[in-house]
Design a protein around this ligand. Structure first.
Ligand code: AMP
Length: 379
């Protein structure tokens, strides 16, 4: 099928209703597209900003087909959409990224096997298909190691650091005794990510590297430009490009890396969609990751990813709401702070409710400003 540009005025369908879908819809609408969402969640962050939402389950074949007939191209805002749902719609409208990309990236074992087979640098891992495997697989690793569920894991959910065989058994039961992997625990010096964009004609552009800090396995703060060498920057971008070509991704792919010392990179995780670490591109870069994703899936020329201002993004989790409503005016009294709230009514601990981005003359200053602004919300 020859690739045709899907021009502004056409309709984009988004599967999934979270904040990534919301910010994708906002970028699509800026470019003159109509947006229709599909999510089981009522009053979702996406449905609040798009023209129409199908509020239905991913098992509802009729609704899925009705949705697909109403749009010109379909994209996703989270990768764990069941393959059975994609099969209902992929022959009605193009799905970008395609089913095989989701199939690999929604399961850690398949993702690691793909990376290993194609000789991308990864931390040693082993497969745990059932509890008995722990006895044979764990001795191959230096402890500590990390046990991670193969399916449906994100934000550190379904993973545990283990120091002994006994702990591995306990952790395995705790993650539901499901298919899992064991991975070498590594003391990295930095975590960085690159967000690549690849369009229908194979053209490529990348954001980053972005430097990331996690807290309790959840992304906490991201900063650009990352404090890494030009060599590492090139390596990380080349690996991202090569993975995208290998998987034939159309859209975005976020590659998260561990950097050990100054020059050893390991791929940790892939996400075929906009990524939390790329939220700062809304203020830091000429083109945002959301605008770029829309351009990639429609076949429009990709935008410039250059950084215009050093920036730092701090996530706002539901915990900040625990005592009272955050004091927005405190943070916004600094004119270099940009606030994004996702329209979620219930602020649960650990739930991503919004983020703020600070822009400054240097990455260090932006980091300090973002932390200070977030702190001032609870003062
Ligand atoms: P993941 O869900 O695999 O991205 O893991 C979430 C976070 O846990 C990562 O961003 C790291 O901070 C930490 N982590 C995951 N795997 C490892 C590992 N093998 N060694 C050390 N830290 C890890």
């Amino acid at each position: 099928m020859p690739d045709k540009t899907i021009l502004p005025g056409s309709t984009i369908g988004i599967l999934g209703g979270g904040q990534l879908g919301r910010m994708l819809a906002q970028a699509a609408e800026q470019l003159g597209y109509h947006v229709i969402g599909y999510t089981p969640e009522a009053n979702s962050p996406l449905s609040q900003v798009c023209e129409k939402t199908f509020c239905a389950s991913f098992e509802d074949k009729d609704k899925l087909q009705e949705f697909a007939k109403a749009v010109d191209v379909i994209t996703i805002e989270f990768e764990n959409i069941p393959s059975s749902a994609i099969e209902q719609i992929e022959n009605i409208a193009p799905v970008r990224p395609a089913k095989n990309v989701l199939y690999i990236t929604q399961n850690r074992l398949r993702e690691k096997q793909f990376l290993h087979k194609n000789k991308f640098p990864i931390v040693p891992f082993g497969e745990i298909a059932s509890e008995e495997n722990i006895e044979t697989v764990l001795p191959k690793f230096q402890l500590p190691a990390v046990l991670k569920t193969a399916g449906f894991g994100y934000d550190g959910k379904g993973q545990a650091k283990i120091e002994t065989i006994k702990e591995a058994h306990i952790a395995y039961k705790k993650i539901g005794a499901k298919e899992a992997i064991i991975e070498q625990f590594i003391s990295f010096d930095k975590e960085i990510s690159v967000i690549g964009a690849r369009s229908t004609d194979g053209s490529f552009a990348a954001f980053g590297p972005i430097e990331n800090q996690h807290k309790n396995h959840i992304l906490d703060v991201s900063v650009v430009p990352a404090n890494t060498s030009a060599e590492i920057q090139n390596q990380a971008i080349n690996i991202t490009k090569s993975i995208m070509e290998n998987l034939d991704v159309i859209g975005l792919l976020c590659v998260e890396f561990f950097l050990v010392g100054k020059d050893k990179l390991y791929v940790n995780e892939l996400a075929p969609r906009p990524h939390n670490s790329g939220h700062l591109t809304l203020n830091a870069c000429i083109t945002s990751q959301f605008e770029q994703h829309i351009k990639a899936i429609t076949g429009l020329p990709l935008g410039d990813t250059s950084i215009i201002r050093s920036s730092a993004m701090a996530n706002l989790l539901g915990d900040i709401w625990s005592k009272r409503t955050p004091k927005w005016t405190n943070a916004l009294s600094n004119k270099d702070i940009h606030l994004y709230l996702y329209g979620k009514s219930e602020a649960r601990p650990g739930r991503k409710m919004g983020h703020l981005t600070a822009c400054a003359a240097t990455a260090e200053k932006a980091y300090e400003l973002a932390i200070k602004a977030r702190h001032s919300l609870s003062e």
